[in-house]
Design a protein around this ligand. Structure first.
Ligand code: NAD
Length: 379
């Protein structure tokens, strides 16, 4: 069953006071996976939505994490619940459906709720998780409007829980190296950045990613947030303005959502930037031209291993699961107060930029001013 709580119930949730406060169970053994050896203070994560990303990336990564483990699941499909319970030894009391989800408040074995649902459901389940007193990881894009991002941030603040966005690349070494180049001005000031993130969508035209009510938008909200992120950490600045154009070559397939978008940014330090995102071509690259050289990642945003070069030579790091690194980093943020590498403000910033891009397209490519200050700049 693929249900969500009705819009009326969601609005009620948005209006409710937040009752819970975060409880960290230091040793949540009751829902821990059978026999898995974990750090003494391992936190329990419940995955909400057992689709492709949870199944093929997050659950396997949670077998490798040091500071957190798979403790619970939330699914509308009983057959999946059974399969996952068997595969990962998850006890019945740590399995919820979308209706019983709020009872997770009483489950001390679960510290973090990871929302891995279609984009339009992120806000509802992130807010319900916060109200249940659980820390929240919300997948990208954070939500489908800036207003929803604000509601998630407010709910987490009121509940006193931590909020992270599923931007796994901030924990990834090639990306961290690029951020270091920019921070330390290894090649001087960045003068131009170009970032592309795209893949070819085929198959079922009724999939949720092509349905605006569920996705909030097409290529831009799916892959475009990666190119926006790349342009920002590729310059170390938030853009001052954006202009954008949309291209459509398969309108019969992309009936409801954007197919290809290009956008140009101006950055306060004088750098220029451009991004391309699409559901109808392949691209996976970050390139920056600097005063005294250049750097490039290609691939720049897939699950890895990534690859990179600069005017000084090859960039090379050992590959590890990005999702493992990301979830361990977020857990350490909770347990040890290390920096939150992808906070809610970053997800909101990207949604402000996405809304400005759609607005520019609606106005024939008009330049839209952005007043982002330094919000969401991390690392
Ligand atoms: P998916 O389609 O494979 O899974 C979606 C899940 O949501 C399924 O289990 C489905 O049963 C459930 N669901 C509940 N209500 C639904 C409804 N009304 N319609 C459709 N499905 C419904 O999607 P996915 O690839 O797992 O993506 C889930 C989220 O994770 C998205 O927000 C996506 O952007 C994000 N994601 C992030 C990354 C990353 O690298 N950070 C990668 C892939 C996906």
């Amino acid at each position: 069953m693929k249900t969500s709580v009705s819009r009326r119930k969601f609005n009620k949730i948005l209006g409710q006071g937040i009752a819970g406060t975060a409880l960290i169970s230091s040793m949540p053994l009751s829902c821990a996976m059978g026999g898995q050896k974990k750090d003494k203070r391992s936190l329990g994560i419940a995955l909400v939505g057992l689709g492709a990303y949870s199944t093929y990336q997050l659950a396997p990564a949670l077998q490798e994490t040091t500071h957190c483990h798979l403790a619970g699941i939330v699914t509308g499909t009983p057959a999946k619940a059974k399969r996952w319970a068997n595969e990962y030894q998850i006890p019945q009391k740590c399995i919820y459906d979308y209706e019983s989800f709020d009872n997770i408040a009483n489950n001390e074995a679960i510290d973090i709720v990871y929302v891995v649902l279609p984009n339009s459901m992120h806000a509802e389940f992130s807010i319900r998780a916060a109200q249940a007193g659980k820390h929240v990881i919300c997948e990208k894009p954070m939500a489908i409007s800036v207003q929803e991002c604000d509601a998630i941030i407010e709910a987490c603040e009121k509940a006193g829980v931590k909020l992270g966005i599923g931007y796994r690349l901030h924990s990834e070494p090639y990306t961290q190296e690029v951020k270091r180049f920019v921070r330390e001005k290894t090649f001087g000031e960045v003068q131009f950045v170009s970032a592309d993130a795209a893949y070819v969508s085929r198959g079922n035209p009724d999939q949720w990613r092509l349905n605006k009510a569920l996705s909030g938008g097409g290529a831009l909200l799916n892959m475009g947030v990666y190119s926006i992120q790349s342009a920002i950490y590729g310059t170390g600045e938030n853009p001052n303005s954006v202009s954008a154009q949309e291209f459509s070559t398969r309108p019969e397939y992309f009936k409801d959502t954007d197919e290809t978008i290009k956008a140009q940014f101006e950055f306060p330090g004088g750098a220029a930037g451009e991004i391309m995102t699409s559901h109808n071509t392949r691209a996976n690259r970050l390139y920056a031209s600097c005063e005294n050289g250049w750097f490039e990642l290609e691939p720049a945003n897939s699950y890895g291993p990534l690859a990179g070069r600069s005017s000084s030579g090859k960039i090379q790091f050992k590959h590890e699961s990005q999702q493992k690194l990301q979830m361990d980093d977020f857990t350490r943020h909770i347990l040890e107060g290390t920096p939150n590498l992808a906070p809610g403000s970053m997800g909101k910033r990207d949604m402000i930029i996405c809304e400005a891009i759609y607005s520019s397209i609606d106005q024939g490519g008009k330049k839209i001013a952005l007043n982002l200050g330094d919000m969401g700049i991390v690392g």
